[in-house]
Ligand binder design. Structure first.
Ligand SMILES: Cc1ncc(COP(=O)(O)O)c(C=O)c1O
Length: 416
């Protein structure tokens, strides 16, 4: 069975994919802003409410069941990010809130002569928390530039800005705007050599590639389940010794032990039940492709290998199709030989039509794309695309070749 056949057979698991709008089957190219969810995620959320809705750490059955479910959520997410320590997984409202909270804890240890590095490729959730935390203590912030020709990070600029004064390097695993995948293993290694901590934003990377905190060599990594087929919830992983040592902003009765120390207030239990289901959906993709793979981690690895191959098989006709049209610019890597360095997310602009017009016209034809800067503000400014921004087309493994062809045809209709 081909990858295309296999992934098209998974589509019925996602109820939203069968929706129609104004007589058109819906095409969801808005995955970078949030993916659709399989039925099992919907069932898990609703089953939590129906059967075990309770606060945790009580001495009665629904609370004990909730505790067991929460432990499983930590285990599932540890497998998802490549850690063998479930207590180093922290949940919160979303990646942005978790990052602001952590930045406050880290900045307590910074001095005015210290420095922080962020990049012009990142989503602002991995920029503003660090800029504001640095401002609070008078530390200096460096912005790493990018190569505008292919929207890759300027690694020479990165190394030039790195110094023994650098306390923290905040960088994305993949750009939510132009798809660039950063060489995070090297970035973390270089940072470690000067004694800097590293914070990775894996929000955009998570639905496309296997996260591996051990291989990346980072100190912290954050992602969001609603970008990888789960509910709206943020996930943070941190090195145990750092999570243990750093001061968390927490209420006094809350435990000082991991992971509770970092999880302020009552968690979103129903969504955490859905996170387990989302990760198990992905693991089952791997299990179906490589029979005999029972453990979550190798199953996830098998799933992401197939997802990468399939997504790239859609990316090539998408890029070639847009290149065949008049008046479009594709921002970022377009050379298939470099596809390993990009996620299947592209941003385009048109010579005459504003991004919002294209998105609106596609939307009216049942094709959902995003427009604007998608909070990757520095990038949009660097490419001189503010204030209109670009049109973002994000492929996910539930998309099909037919959908890509329909998009190209509609773009042709809109612009000719
Ligand atoms: C790359 C990236 N980082 C961070 C975020 C923020 O995530 P959240 O909505 O969970 O705060 C997003 C959301 O679009 C994103 O795409």
């Amino acid at each position: 069975m081909t990858n295309a056949t296999f992934f098209s057979q998974q589509r019925p698991q996602f109820p939203a994919l069968s929706r129609e709008f104004s007589g058109h089957p819906a095409v969801f190219f808005d995955g970078p802003a949030g993916t659709q969810v399989p039925q099992r995620v919907i069932d898990a959320v609703s089953n939590y409410f129906a059967t075990m809705n309770a606060n945790h750490e009580g001495l009665f059955p629904t609370s004990l069941e909730t505790d067991a479910m929460l432990d499983e959520a930590h285990r599932a997410c540890a497998a998802f990010v490549g850690s063998d320590d479930p207590e180093t997984i922290v949940f919160g409202a979303n990646m942005t809130s978790l990052t602001f909270a952590l930045s406050r804890s880290l900045a307590r240890e910074w001095q005015p002569q210290d420095e922080v590095i962020v990049t012009r490729l990142d989503h602002d959730a991995n920029v503003s928390p660090w800029v504001m935390a640095a401002a609070d203590v008078g530390a200096k912030v460096h912005f790493v530039d990018l190569h505008k020709t292919d929207c890759t990070l300027d690694l020479e600029d990165f190394r030039a800005k790195l110094s023994p004064r650098t306390k923290l390097v905040a960088v994305g695993c993949a750009s939510n705007s132009v798809g660039t995948i950063n060489p995070v293993h090297n970035l973390c290694r270089w940072s470690r050599e000067v004694g800097a901590l590293t914070f990775l934003d894996a929000v955009h990377f998570a639905p496309h590639r296997l996260i591996d905190v051990a291989q990346f060599g980072c100190d912290f990594l954050a992602c969001s389940a609603y970008k990888f087929f789960g509910p709206h919830i943020g996930i943070l992983w941190g090195r145990r010794e750092l999570l243990d040592r750093l001061t968390a902003y927490k209420v006094r009765p809350a435990s000082d032990a991991l992971p509770d120390k970092w999880m302020s207030g009552t968690q979103n239990h129903e969504c955490l039940a859905g996170v387990i289901a989302a990760i198990d959906y992905l693991a089952d993709v791997g299990r179906a492709l490589v029979p005999g793979q029972t453990d979550r981690r190798p199953a996830l690895a098998a799933a992401f290998e197939a997802i990468e191959t399939y997504e790239q098989s859609l990316l090539q006709p998408l890029i070639e199709g847009i290149q065949s049209l008049e008046g479009f610019t594709i921002w970022g890597i377009t050379d298939p030989a470099q596809f390993a360095q990009r996620a299947p997310t592209i941003s385009i602009t048109h010579r005459d039509l504003p991004a919002a017009t294209i998105a609106e016209r596609l939307g009216a034809r049942g094709i959902f794309v995003w427009h604007g800067n998608y909070y990757a503000l520095e990038l949009s400014e660097a490419l001189e695309q503010e204030p209109e921004g670009m049109v973002r087309i994000g492929l996910i493994h539930y998309n099909t070749r037919e959908e890509v062809d329909r998009l190209i045809q509609e773009l042709r209709n809109i612009t000719e």
